[in-house]
Design a binder for this molecule. Structure first.
Ligand SMILES: [Zn+2]
Ligand SMILES: [Zn+2]
Length: 269
């Protein structure tokens, strides 16, 4: 199945281009894991967004695939999130309409409001036609493959474990700090600590809303070979305290169940 998904410059949905697509359940039937998709933007409505677009006119700007689908835990209406994988931006806009007409074939039944659909199912021929006009940037997601050589130079969310006053060791992996995986992991798991349930927003209020550390469950040394990260199974939200404790001892990362044993023992006292 092939689809076009619309991304508006201003939206009530928590979309993150190339990372997450947030949608109402009526689109669920059209968003199958693994589906190829093309990103689309309609005509510009607010010129302030011009610099962030490839064109002010309606256009396509990237390809990607749907990863997996997850319920939005905060939604009472059954909204969902799709993780986006293999995001590949176009070098230039592919205009939705050229001298021969629209690249998308508009079905008769949807003629009056076709462009209002945020998700549009297209056939293989339409997909190929749009792609044939695109110059694909071949820089798609080098970070998706784990490399032990990646330099850690961003201090945001970087913790250090220290023991007995000696030089501390950096441990936080690239994935724990990669904004893309952070956002996917928080959409999937929520922003409360998976071990002790601490929630920064609830405790400190709106100022700290959404803050959480993302912990990489599989220790880096146990990655046998480069592989794709799965934010559902590889990443977990932990509060700053729990995260510090799992990395307390050099050369040993506590599992979440080991951490839960510690928490249980202390709360029994
Ligand atoms: Zn915690
Ligand atoms: Zn960690």
């Amino acid at each position: 199945m092939h689809i076009v998904i619309t991304e508006n410059d201003e939206s009530i949905w928590e979309d993150e281009t190339g990372v997450l697509y947030h949608f109402p359940k009526r689109y669920l039937k059209d968003l199958q894991p693994g589906s190829s998709l093309i990103y689309y933007k309609g005509r510009i409505l607010n010129k302030d967004f011009s610099a962030g677009r490839l064109s002010d006119a309606p256009h396509y700007f990237a390809t990607a695939r749907i990863g997996k689908i997850y319920p939005d835990k905060r939604s009472s209406k059954g909204d969902l999130f799709a993780t986006i994988i293999d995001f590949t931006p176009f070098k230039e806009a592919v205009l939705a309409k050229n001298e021969n007409g629209y690249l998308e074939a508009i079905p008769e039944s949807k003629k009056s409001n076709y462009w209002r659909y945020g998700v549009r199912v297209i056939d293989q021929a339409t997909y190929d036609r749009i792609i044939s006009h695109a110059d694909l940037n071949q820089i798609s997601e080098p970070k998706q493959i784990y490399s032990p050589d990646v330099e850690l130079n961003d201090t945001e969310n970087t913790l250090e474990s220290s023991s007995e006053g000696k030089a501390s060791t950096r441990f936080v992996t690239t994935y724990e700090r990669d904004p893309k995986y952070r956002k996917q992991a928080i959409a999937i798991h929520g922003a409360s600590c998976a071990a002790c349930d601490f929630n920064f927003g609830e405790f400190y209020g709106e100022y700290a809303e959404g803050y959480i550390h993302i912990h990489h469950i599989t220790p880096v040394s146990e990655f046998e070979s480069p592989r794709k990260i799965d934010p559902e199974t590889d990443l977990i939200p932990l509060c700053a305290n729990c995260h510090s404790v799992v990395h307390r001892r050099k050369g040993k990362t506590l599992s979440i169940s080991e951490l839960e044993v510690l928490l249980k023992n202390t709360s029994n006292k």
